[in-house]
Write a new protein. Structure first.
Length: 430
């Protein structure tokens, strides 16, 4: 809907005329004028919103309304209620109906998704954005400053996690579809998926009330050249996270992969660190995918060995440069041969490198991967872990319930994946 230009002009004329009278009587500062105008428009919005809801109820709802049982319910009364809109608490009147079956309902609330005593969908979205960005208490202070609406921290928490529930519903729908043979067969009738698709997986630990729990995250993306920049860049990135065990997370990995058509891509490449649980899930659900160990993780093992080499600093630096060149060229066997000569002398750092490189030998053929123009860095998912876990869930003093951490993380992934509007306005069963 849109208000007419005439209506807006009348409001403008009335407020300017009022201001003209006041400026004749007193000295008014620009900031004072701006704040007064803002507060007045908010008051108009708050009262008008309630009256418009009441008018909507009166216009659409007759003496009788359809009940879910198939009978007709009769209007028994009209009662006032409040909702938290972007203007503050708005009061409206709505009709209640009662059926012979015993069911009683408010038709306006049911049809429009209103929740008496709670936030509207638009306000819920704004509260959620604040709640996924800073602590709920800090969000309360920011909302008061931005909107001049007093909301308690618990309300922001509930609305944020309600959005997380909606994201969880989407994910469960995709998981169910990915396990439905008829659905998968139907997809085969449609055009193929993307030519080249990437997936990256990583984890970061979240402080829960009883312990620390790993939040596992997968990012799906494609890469291309960005105008004005050299090299390839990740694009169309979507993030999904969960605090469940690896086996359960595997279902989310598969479900979101099917949703993004990763299983139907001409080429599917996973770039991850060397964690065993990651590659186990990748191999289980996407056995034909190209597997690449993130270059930066692999090179850190060389740094650890170089730090303890019994050599002068310059020789250490030269050794590290030479080994990183071999790694860049995918000559892992040569690195292993060199490092094995130091096992007896240096112990743990060398042993860890040998174990890591041996277990991931085929995932570290970087010269071959670069020749095919593959990404060899997992920066997208590492960035996701920082943005989801470090920046929000690991704030100073934070201690979460399992559910609270999971739902807040899911809400944040919706924002980072640019699917916020699709999620926040998704109906959620009572």
């Amino acid at each position: 809907m849109k208000f007419s230009t005439e209506t807006i002009q009348k409001m403008e004329q009335l407020m300017v005329a009022d201001f003209a009278q006041q400026i004749e009587r007193e000295e008014i500062k620009v900031g004072e004028m701006e704040q007064a105008l803002r507060s007045s428009l908010q008051e108009i919005g708050r009262s008008s919103y309630g009256e418009m809801l009441s008018l909507m109820d009166q216009h659409h709802h007759e003496v009788e309304a359809d009940c879910s049982c198939g009978l007709q319910g009769k209007r028994v009364l009209r009662r006032e209620a409040q909702v938290l809109s972007v203007f503050g608490w708005s009061t409206y009147r709505r009709s209640y109906y009662q059926c012979k079956c015993g069911h009683r309902w408010c038709a306006l609330d049911k049809e429009q998704g209103l929740r008496a005593g709670q936030a509207t969908e638009v306000m819920s979205s704004l509260l959620g954005i604040a709640g996924i960005t800073v602590s709920f208490e800090e969000a309360r202070r920011q909302i008061k400053q931005y909107l001049e609406v007093e909301v308690c921290a618990n309300t922001i928490r509930l609305e944020t996690q309600r959005i997380g529930e909606k994201q969880a519903v989407r994910e469960q729908t995709w998981i169910a579809q990915s396990q439905d043979i008829s659905y998968l067969q139907e997809r085969e009738r449609h055009p193929k998926g993307p030519q080249r698709m990437y997936g990256s997986i990583d984890g970061a630990f979240v402080p829960l009330e009883e312990d620390w729990k790993e939040a596992k995250t997968v990012s799906w993306y494609q890469v291309d050249h960005r105008y004005g920049h050299e090299g390839l860049h990740a694009q169309e990135i979507a993030y999904y996270t969960d605090l469940e065990p690896a086996e359960t997370f595997g279902e989310l990995l598969w479900g979101t992969g099917v949703y993004h058509q990763a299983d139907r891509a001409d080429e599917l490449i996973f770039v991850c660190d060397g964690a065993t649980w990651i590659w186990k899930q990748v191999t289980l659900y996407f056995p034909h995918a190209v597997q690449i160990v993130d270059w930066y993780h692999a090179s850190q093992y060389l740094h650890a060995v170089a730090d303890v080499l019994p050599l002068p600093q310059l020789e250490k630096a030269n050794w590290l440069t030479e080994m990183k060149y071999l790694l860049w060229e995918g000559q892992i066997e040569d690195i292993l041969k060199e490092c094995r000569s130091y096992v007896q002398q240096l112990g743990s750092p060398v042993e860890r490198l040998i174990s890591y490189y041996t277990n991931n030998l085929t995932r570290m053929r970087y010269a071959d991967f670069r020749a095919k123009d593959y990404f060899i860095g997992s920066g997208t998912v590492e960035s996701a872990c920082k943005q989801i876990v470090t920046m929000r869930l690991k704030r100073s003093g934070a201690r979460w319930t399992h559910s609270g951490a999971s739902l807040t993380a899911k809400a944040r992934t919706a924002w980072l994946s640019r699917s916020w509007h699709d999620v926040t306005f998704l109906p959620l069963a009572a």
